[in-house]
Design a binder for this molecule. Structure first.
Ligand SMILES: [Zn+2]
Length: 469
């Protein structure tokens, strides 16, 4: 491939994949697998390109997206014009405001854009998980989504062309819990265990997992870090010997020692990718510089905006390859900072430290921790709808949880009882008091964020005045 051909490939990969790609026809699809392997090999090379060449790809993709939006969307054309933005340079995106999820929702349905031959009803709709309380609908073309998402997951050098051909020709994935990537990967899922941390302590459930992983072997295992690490403890104790290709952890930050323990137990690398529902994959944890992430610069522009001198910068993301729901300078409600200097792995992709949602866990009196994602699952199964009802679980002290509910629902009492029962199951024998309080509205953290779970350390951010207002 000539340098120009490589550039074309990276700016417009969609030109090189089969026309009829969708989630269902990926398994064993030679056209897809061949294009995919070329794409991944190019991306492995791309990360070592000079910074200027990397930015050239970004700028070409930005212009392509902006031109497309000028041609297809009155809303985005007006938005760009109002802010004097034409996409002439990467720096020029700073002329656009940074927007939050609430801003995007307030713009209404005009944010969604379709092309000439697209029909909005045939496009894939996805809803953000609701951990931050407000729910955003994103609309995507399945083919765009596959091309944006898969190369990020398999960019690591451990996947040779032969390994990829093998993994993509059969149902090779086992999911522990509901990872976001299950939608795109469903042609490869052998089994999805919809579980919470507590289910992992059940021997029968684990035996079923061992069985499915063996049947898919060498399998790739996908799950939340907390689930995988709990699962690893049993495997470490000698319950099973499993044959894996790699482990993907998603959705939450993981401590370094936890990760090393998982790698040692299973004898395969842990691939740690930072993603959000709105943006898909943002970056991957560096092998040489653990706990820091490289940006997937071929599809993402990452900025960190400091709100005040004392704070970490909040991460704003521009996605270069989603045209149906444009994500441009979007706050992902997480903080971090871009590290200067070059990384020891020699990659020229920007390296950033991600503070993330590390604090989002309930700490029990025994010291055991439960990730807040489990609370969301239980709210959902008790019948609460986070799209229409505001709920907040605050850890007041080691043995006291307070649940604030702002709901107009007259039959809410049944749901409350179900929730209390479900939580006492989750906390088992721990002595922790759970109290429900009805409120008119849920207060925001620092006037910006509404969160379903407020961990112990942050509880002081809330004033009683805000509660009664
Ligand atoms: Zn690195």
């Amino acid at each position: 491939m000539t340098p120009q051909e490589k550039l074309d490939w990276l700016v417009s990969p969609e030109k090189f994949y089969p026309k009829d790609l969708c989630f269902e026809n990926l398994r064993g699809n030679r056209g897809f697998i061949d294009a995919f392997i070329t794409h991944v090999e190019l991306l492995r090379e791309f990360q070592f390109w000079e910074k200027e060449k990397i930015e050239e790809v970004q700028l070409l993709k930005l212009r392509k997206m902006v031109n497309w939006l000028f041609a297809h969307s009155k809303f985005w054309s007006d938005y760009f014009k109002k802010n004097n933005f034409t996409g002439e340079s990467l720096d020029s995106i700073k002329q656009l405001p940074i927007i939050t999820r609430t801003d995007l929702i307030s713009f209404g349905d005009d944010i969604y854009v379709t092309g000439e031959n697209e029909n909005i009803s045939s496009l894939h709709k996805k809803y953000t998980s609701g951990t931050s309380g407000t729910i955003l609908k994103t609309i995507r073309d399945e083919r765009d989504w596959v091309i944006a998402s898969f190369p990020c997951l398999f960019r690591n050098e451990i996947f040779s062309a032969d390994t990829l051909k093998d993994l993509f020709s059969r149902r090779s994935a086992v999911y522990l819990g509901m990872s976001g990537s299950r939608t795109t990967s469903r042609a490869f899922i052998r089994r999805l265990f919809s579980i919470s941390d507590v289910d992992l302590d059940d021997k029968k459930t684990r035996e079923e997992m061992y069985h499915e992983i063996q049947a898919a072997s060498p399998a790739f295992l996908v799950g939340f870090a907390s689930h995988i690490s709990r699962f690893a403890r049993y495997v470490f104790e000698g319950e099973a010997k499993l044959s894996l290709t790699a482990i993907f952890i998603t959705g939450e930050a993981i401590a370094l020692d936890e990760r090393i323990f998982i790698e040692k137990t299973f004898g395969v690398p842990v691939i740690n990718i930072l993603s959000t529902s709105e943006t898909e994959h943002i970056g991957f944890e560096c092998d040489k510089n653990k706990e820091n992430f490289h940006v997937f610069s071929d599809r993402i522009i990452l900025e960190t905006e400091k709100l005040s001198a004392s704070e970490e910068g909040e991460i704003a993301i521009t996605v270069l390859d989603f045209k149906n729901t444009p994500i441009i300078r979007y706050f992902i409600q997480d903080s971090g900072s871009i590290l200067s200097g070059s990384c020891s792995c020699k990659s020229n992709l920007p390296l950033f430290q991600f503070k993330g949602r590390r604090d989002e866990e309930v700490v029990l009196p025994s010291g055991k921790k439960i990730r807040s994602i489990n609370l969301n699952q239980r709210l959902f199964s008790a019948g609460f709808n986070l799209a229409t009802e505001q709920i907040q679980i605050r850890q007041e002290s080691l043995n006291h949880l307070k649940i604030l509910i702002a709901s107009k629902d007259p039959v809410a009492e049944k749901k409350e009882t179900r929730l209390l029962l479900s939580l006492s199951e989750l906390f088992k024998d721990e002595k922790i008091k759970v109290e429900i309080e009805r409120v008119d509205s849920i207060p925001l953290i620092k006037e910006r964020k509404y969160r379903v779970f407020v961990p112990l350390r942050n509880s002081e951010h809330y004033s009683d005045k805000a509660l009664n207002s």
